[in-house]
Design a protein around this ligand. Structure first.
Ligand code: SAM
Length: 247
């Protein structure tokens, strides 16, 4: 799978690409990530300017359509497959595990990162991207959002995770999309808190049943909306109290 990131700050990605699962996936040639500097398509050869003041006035700067559209078209032309173009924007559809699964079906994804006040509207009108928001808040730029998309999508690329099973139990995954059950590792006892004995029993059937019940209990408490569309508890404090009481 190939990702092309289009950004004004390509250097942000070096550390991220050089770590952990993503680094290994790149080394194993399961994933390719190409980072393109939008400034290279600036029509202003001297200052590499790619932004300008908004028509109609107001604060901040707007990314000009010309260099942005040219950079996307040039990146697309590098391969026969033009890829699936994603624009990172707080005004897009909300990113969740279903969108991750949808995106993972593509062989190539281009991720267009904005800055400042965002893009000239004509970028959207000309390129018709899949507009994606990683949540109802405003970031300074699309780079962190692009990393979130890459990070989530590569987990679904075959062989990227060591154990093919290991994304199936994840929160929001599998047929039910519940939260994952509680996980424990050594030591068996820590500060008076013991690992549930069933997990030490070696009885795989009983362990599977315990995990299923725990996943349901946690989902009910924390995200009942995942079960039946009910509103999730908004008061984190209240939720934690309820959960502690039930243990
Ligand atoms: N003025 C824009 C608005 O209110 O819709 C916000 C621009 S934001 C400061 C700059 C860039 O950060 C955006 O163009 C986008 O690429 C990125 N960005 C900000 N919040 C985001 C979010 N929630 N999801 C995805 N990208 C986001």
């Amino acid at each position: 799978m190939r990702f092309d990131v289009l950004t004004l700050f390509p250097e942000i990605f070096a550390g991220y690409l050089g770590q952990g699962l993503l680094k290994r996936a790149i080394e194993r040639q399961l994933i390719d990530v190409y980072v393109h500097d939008i400034r290279e398509w600036s029509t202003d050869a001297r200052h590499k300017k790619v932004d300008d003041r908004p028509f109609g006035g107001g604060p901040g700067m707007v990314l000009m359509a010309e260099p942005v559209v040219a950079s996307v078209e040039a990146a697309r032309a590098q391969q026969a497959d033009p890829g699936h173009l994603v624009m990172l924007t707080p005004q897009g559809r909300r990113f969740d595990q279903r969108v991750v699964e949808e995106l993972a079906a593509n062989e190539r994804i281009l991720l267009l990162c904005g800055r400042y006040e965002g893009f000239d509207e004509r970028v959207r009108l000309i390129l018709r991207p899949d507009e994606i928001s990683i949540g109802d808040f405003v970031l300074n730029g699309g780079e962190v959002a692009a990393m979130a998309v890459i990070d989530a999508v590569i987990r679904l690329v075959p062989q990227v995770l060591g154990d093919e099973q290991s994304s199936g139990d994840d929160s929001f995954s599998g047929p039910r999309r519940w939260l994952e059950f509680a996980q424990y590792t050594r030591p068996r006892e820590y500060r008076g808190l013991e690992v549930p004995p069933i997990l030490l029993s070696g009885d795989h059937g009983a362990i599977a049943r315990w995990r299923e019940q725990d996943a349901l209990r946690r989902t009910n408490l924390r995200r009942p909306d995942l079960i039946d569309g009910r509103q999730a508890e908004t008061e984190g404090g209240e939720r934690q109290e309820t959960e502690r009481d039930s243990q």
